[in-house]
Design a protein around this ligand. Sequence first.
Ligand SMILES: C[S@@+](CC[C@H](N)C(=O)[O-])C[C@H]1O[C@@H](n2cnc3c(N)ncnc32)[C@H](O)[C@@H]1O
Length: 345
Amino acid sequence: MNKAAEIGEKIPAQPGPRDERAAANSMTPDSVIPGAGPSPRRGETSRPDAPASRPGERATVRLRDTGDEEPPRYAPEWLELREPADAGARANDLLDPLRIRLANLPGKGGIVIHDLGCGTGSMGRWLAPRLDGAQHWVLHDRDPYLLHFAAVASPRSAADGSRVTVETRRGDVARLTPDALRGAALATASALLDVLTREEIETLADACTGAGCPALLTLSVAGRVEFGPPHPMDEEITEAFNAHQRRDGLLGPDSVTVACEAFSERGATVRLNPSPWRLGPDQAELTAQWLRGWVGAAVEQEPGLKARAEKYLQERLAACEAGDLHVTVHHTDLLALSRPTGGAS
Ligand SMILES: C[S@@+](CC[C@H](N)C(=O)[O-])C[C@H]1O[C@@H](n2cnc3c(N)ncnc32)[C@H](O)[C@@H]1O
């Protein structure tokens, strides 16, 4: 059931996972969506000819054209659609070293966890019930609309039944300082790193390591996709999509390498684990939505692909509908254990 319905909330009428401009431009209901473009960097005025949307799968999720100055926004419907696949993909193997670190914290009170770019709060719903002890989650996002849903659908109890509380904080996580994380036991993020720049990831690493705060940074795109059955155009679309993700200094598939370097250079111990989406007939709706955005972004990057990509998308969507398509979308989870500074709760 829709989370908003579950909690008696109504999602205000807004376009769903496909944005208005894309819907207006699409040639058939399943045709290539003019995909994502670069979003302006913070503090910059974007070029007048630059499309305003976000790279990658995010192409399918924009609510509407927010104008050149505003960052892209993510539809709660899209975040809800991907939540089960995200939960199934997350790297459980990183939890044990994290639990050991948390168990060794001084003091017996509850812990504080900051979720950066929380969206509707899927990370907390997954992680809070897997950790023991009372937790206070500070949910950060720049989108107040998503923060609202994160607050009302927040987790209530920890693995051992201890209380979980939340607060929301609106702001730009790419400007976080060590002070903002002072005393925190953990910072988390999910599907965030790849939409940041090198400078922003370095700022994040400064904030975490400066506060002695471990970071669990999950589901960053790896730039690799495998299809069953394969298609001759898979590679070409993948390359165009990856190039699209790297526009305007965003890191896309390079984000994990950059984050590894940034945290390691600051003295943290970094561990990586794969966290792929494994999509089959049971995830047909998510697969179809993801495909539209993935191909749309590739075409925006390489307009010469348009006619062939249109045909490719139609074939892939037909196979998906028939239950004949399997897709592995590779992601990576990263755990960075910063040197403690003695301030964590
Ligand atoms: C792909 S969504 C992921 C949401 C959520 N973590 C999840 O896994 O469902 C990325 C989220 O990061 C937020 N975001 C992106 N850049 C941000 C920034 N610089 N400051 C604050 N929030 C940001 C977006 O508003 C969005 O909610």
